[in-house]
Each structure stands twice: as structure tokens, then as C-alpha cells.
Design a binder for this molecule. Structure first.
Ligand code: CA
Length: 224
């Protein structure tokens, strides 16, 4: 799981960094709304923790812009400074999925983030469709042109990560981090699994879907 935290208070940022790290959750931080918005559009985060009161572009505007500009639904947890009804309403009106009132217990924030990322995984369409490729989220059954692809383990996970990010390109390090987190095997495992994925996903078909973007990374491309 990757969480983006958009928060201008450096003390709170440091606390959250330690908190998420202790749970093995990868985080990225932004100290203002505009930087945070850009980060949220650049990288496929599982949850965005968004402070309401931010310098420049405030949380409500970041939330609205994210909803308007992102192709997928990014779960947003809004942090409000006080238990004010108006703040909560503003958060929900602009499209936040959940909110937490400061000061909050760190464990609660982590629990809410996990719940949000799960809910959206379950609640989103069960079927992910990219060109002739369909992935059934309930059983991770993958088909291309109606043919079931025998993908297992890491090659399947690799495809799921690329499909979640579609149509974005993921860098080699993003892929490695998403697949192995901190425990990266010593050999170059990504290479092997990219090869395996290509054999199953692309080899039997005329148009390859797994594309290498030279100097950048890898992405899926719709074939129809
Ligand atoms: Ca603030």
C-alpha cells in the first residue's frame, strides 16, 4: 500500500512518516496543496490523506481538482483541524471518502487508510477492462480475447499493478517497490517476471500490450 500525505505541519508530517513506516506502509509527503495534487496525479496511490487547511490551494480545492482530473477514484481521507460540522460537510461535498478530526490517534489513521484502500478495491468494478484484456478482481482471473491466461504468483501481481496504474507508465523502482516492498531479492527479479508476463500476455497475440517506455519504465497499452 502507498499513501500520499498532503499536510503542511512539519511535526505532524514527521509523526505520520514514523507511524506509517512502522506499519511497513510506503508514504510520500507534500507540504502544500499544489505539490500534493501533482503527486496524486503522477503516482497511483492507494489512499490520499489530505489536510483541509493548507497554504495556497486548500484541501477542498485539492480534492475537487483531484476528482475532476484523475481517471480513477482515489480514496481520500480528509484531516480537519477541529470537530466543526461545516468542515466535515465541506470535505464530503468536495468528494472526500472519509475524514478524521485532529488530534487523532495514529493507529486510527492507519486503520482508516487500510479500510479505505480495501473498500475501494472491493467496491470498484469487479472487472477491469483494458482493450481485449479483462481481469476479474474477485478471483484474479485474466482473459485476453476471451482466452484465459495462465498467470500465477508474481507475474500475475505484476500485471495487476500495471493494470491498476493504467494508462500510466510505472518506473522500474515503482514496480519493484510495489511487488517486493523493502524485501527486494538480490537478483534482478523484475526482468524474469516481465519476461514471464510477456510470454503469457503477449506472445500468443498479434499486438503486444506490455510496453517498454525506454528510459522511463513499463506500461500497459490497450490493443483495441
Ligand atoms: Ca494545516
Amino acid at each position: 500500500m502507498r499513501v500520499l500525505v498532503i499536510e503542511d505541519n512539519p511535526v505532524l508530517r514527521a509523526n505520520l512518516e514514523a507511524l506509517f513506516a512502522a506499519q511497513g506502509i510506503g508514504t510520500r509527503f507534500a507540504a502544500d496543496g499544489l505539490t500534493g495534487l501533482q503527486a496524486a496525479l503522477d503516482e497511483p496511490f492507494d489512499v490520499v490523506v489530505l489536510d483541509l487547511g493548507l497554504p495556497g490551494m486548500d484541501g477542498v480545492r485539492v480534492c475537487e481538482a483531484l476528482r475532476a482530473r484523475s481517471e480513477r477514484h482515489i480514496p481520500i481521507l480528509m484531516l480537519t483541524a477541529r470537530d466543526a460540522l461545516e468542515d466535515k460537510l465541506a470535505g464530503f461535498r468536495c468528494g472526500a471518502d472519509d475524514y478524521l478530526v485532529k488530534p487523532f490517534a495514529g493507529a486510527e489513521l492507519v486503520a482508516r487508510c487500510l479500510a479505505l484502500s480495501q473498500r475501494h478495491r472491493v467496491g470498484s468494478a469487479h472487472q477491469l477492462v483494458i482493450g481485449s484484456l479483462t481481469i476479474d478482481r474477485r478471483n484474479n482471473r485474466v482473459q485476453r480475447d476471451g482466452q484465459v491466461l495462465p498467470l500465477q504468483h508474481t507475474a500475475l501481481q505484476l500485471l495487476l499493478v500495471l493494470a491498476d496504474a493504467w494508462p500510466r507508465t510505472l518506473t522500474r523502482s515503482e514496480l519493484v517497490e510495489r511487488l517486493w516492498g523493502e524485501q527486494v531479492p538480490e537478483s534482478d527479479p523484475l526482468r524474469t517476471h516481465l519476461y514471464t508476463l510477456r510470454q503469457v500476455l503477449d506472445k500468443p497475440f498479434a499486438v503486444p500490450m506490455l510496453r517498454t517506455v525506454h528510459g522511463v519504465g513499463f506500461r500497459l497499452e490497450a490493443d483495441i
